[in-house]
Design a protein around this ligand. Structure first.
Ligand code: NAD
Ligand code: WQD
Length: 340
C-alpha cells in the first residue's frame, strides 16, 4: 500500500515510517522540518534499507498541498502526524496553533476528497479527556472543555474528521495517544526536543547527561500513593506498530464503522517518582532532582482503558517502563556521542 505520512521526520512519525516499511508498505513523507531534521530520512533508510520519498513543504500552504496530491493521487491512505504540540506555546500563541493544526488537516481532507483517497489515521491525544472523572479512561468517557488551544485543536480536529467522513464517504481512525516515550532500539531515531524540554523523560535524560542541572518534580501533594502525578507512558515503537494495524484495518477489513477512536496506552499508570526510579535503575545513575510546586494546568492522574484497542485492533503495548527508560537513555547517549 502507498501511505502518505505527514510529519514523518518527527518523533512518532519517524518510528511509524520504519514500522510501515518493515511491514511492506511504501511510504511518502511530507514534513516542513519545523520541528525535525532532514537527516531523519537517512536514519530511516539506515534502519530499514529503504529510502522513503520525502517532500519538504508546509501543509498549511493550500497550493503546494493541492499540487502534491495531483502528483500522488494513487495514495491508499494517509497518517496525519504533522502538527505543533507544545501546550505552553499554544497558550502564548493560540492562533499559530489553530492555523497550523487545523489548516493542515483541512488541506489534507480536501486532497482526499478531490482524489478519492479514502483512509485517514489521525494523531489525537489523551489531552482531550482533561482530568477524567473515572479511571481508567475509556473512549466513551466525556471529552472535557479544553484547557489549552493545543488540546482544543485535537478536539476540533476529531469533529472536523467525523463530519468529513460522513459527508465525503471517507474512513478514519483517531488514535488518542497517552504519553509516548523512548526510542527505536537502534538509537538512530528518537525524540529531538528544541530548546528546554517540557516533557518529563527528555528532561530526565538531559539532566543525567549533564545538559540540565536539576529536574523539577512538579508537585508531591497530589492524591496519589507517593504524592506525584500519574501518567500512562507508552513506548513509541509500540505506538508506531498500532498505526500499521490501524492502516491495515481500514484497507483490508470490511464492515467496520467508517469513523473509529482508540486509546493507545499501556493501561498502567506510573508516578513521576516511579519514572525517576526506573531511570536510575536501568542507567545506573542517580538523578539530580528536587520537588517543586505543581505545574499549572497539569492533571493529577490519567491512564487508559486499553481493552477496546486490545480486542478490536488485536494490538497491545508490550514494552515495560524499564525498557522505555533504557531506550530513552541510549538515545540521549547516542546524541551526546555524535556531538563529540
Ligand atoms: P514532532 O514535532 O516530533 O513531529 C511533528 C512533525 O510535523 C514535525 O517533524 C514537524 O516538522 C512537522 N510539521 C508540523 N507542522 C507542519 C506543517 N504545517 N507542515 C508540514 N509539517 C509539519 O511531534 P510528535 O511527538 O511526533 O507528534 C506527532 C503527532 O502526535 C502530533 O500531531 C502531536 O500533536 C500528536 N501527539 C503527540 C504526543 C506526544 O507526547 N509526543 C502525544 C499525543 C499526541
Ligand atoms: C508528565 C508528568 C508533569 C516535566 C503532555 C501534553 C499532552 C500530551 C503528552 C500531546 C507530569 C511531570 C514533567 C518536568 C515533571 N501531548 N513533569 N517535571 O503533561 O502528561 O502531557 O504530553 O498531546 O497533551 O500536555 O506530559 O511529559 O510534560 O509530564 O515533574 O520537568 O511529569 O508534571 O506529571 P503531560 P509531560
Amino acid at each position: 500500500m502507498n501511505i502518505l505520512v505527514t510529519g514523518g521526520t518527527g518523533y512518532i512519525g519517524s518510528h511509524t515510517v520504519v514500522e510501515l516499511q518493515q511491514q511492506g508498505h511504501t511510504v511518502v513523507i511530507v514534513d516542513n522540518l519545523s520541528n525535525s531534521h532532514a537527516n531523519v530520512v537517512d536514519r530511516i533508510a539506515e534502519i530499514t534499507g529503504i529510502r522513503p520519498e520525502f517532500h519538504q513543504f508546509d501543509l498549511t500552504d493550500g497550493e503546494k498541498t493541492a499540487a502534491f496530491f495531483t502528483n500522488h493521487s494513487d495514495l491508499d491512505g494517509i497518517i496525519h502526524f504533522a502538527a505543533f504540540k507544545a501546550v505552553g506555546e499554544s497558550m502564548a500563541d493560540p492562533l499559530m496553533y489553530y492555523h497550523n493544526n487545523l489548516g493542515s488537516l483541512i488541506n489534507i481532507l480536501k486532497g482526499m476528497k478531490e482524489h478519492g483517497i479514502r483512509n485517514l489515521v489521525f494523531s489525537s491525544s489523551c489531552t482531550v479527556y482533561g482530568q477524567p472523572d473515572d479511571l481508567p479512561v475509556r473512549e466513551t468517557s466525556p471529552v472535557k472543555e479544553a484547557w489549552s488551544p493545543y488540546g482544543n485543536t485535537k478536539q476540533m480536529s476529531e469533529q472536523i474528521i467525523r463530519f468529513s467522513v460522513e459527508a465525503y464517504k471517507l474512513k478514519a481512525i483517531a488514535l488518542r495517544y497517552f504519553n509516548p516515550i523512548g526510542s527505536h532500539e537502534s538509537a538512530l531515531i528518537g525524540e529531538l526536543p528544541l530548546g528546554v524540554p517540557n516533557n518529563l523523560v527528555p528532561f530526565i535524560t538531559q539532566t543525567a547527561i549533564g545538559l540540565r542541572q536539576t529536574l523539577n518534580v512538579y508537585g508531591s501533594d497530589y492524591n496519589t500513593p507517593d504524592g506525584t502525578a500519574i501518567r500512562d507512558y507508552i513506548h513509541v515503537v509500540d505506538l508506531a506498530k498500532a498505526h500499521v494495524v490501524a492502516v491495515n484495518r481500514m484497507m483490508k477489513e470490511a464492515g467496520k464503522p467508517d469513523y473509529e477512536i482508540f486509546n493507545l496506552g499501556t493501561g498502567n499508570g506510573f508516578s513521576v517518582l516511579e519514572v525517576i526510579q526506573s531511570f536510575e535503575k536501568v542507567s545506573g545513575q542517580s538523578l539530580n532532582y528536587k520537588i517543586t510546586d505543581r505545574r499549572p494546568g497539569d492533571v493529577e492522574k490519567v491512564w487508559a482503558d486499553t481493552s477496546y484497542a486490545n480486542e478490536e485492533l488485536g494490538w497491545k503495548a508490550e514494552k515495560s517502563l524499564d525498557e522505555m527508560m533504557l531506550s530513552a537513555w541510549k538515545w540521549e547517549q547516542s546524541l551526546a556521542a555524535k556531538k563529540q
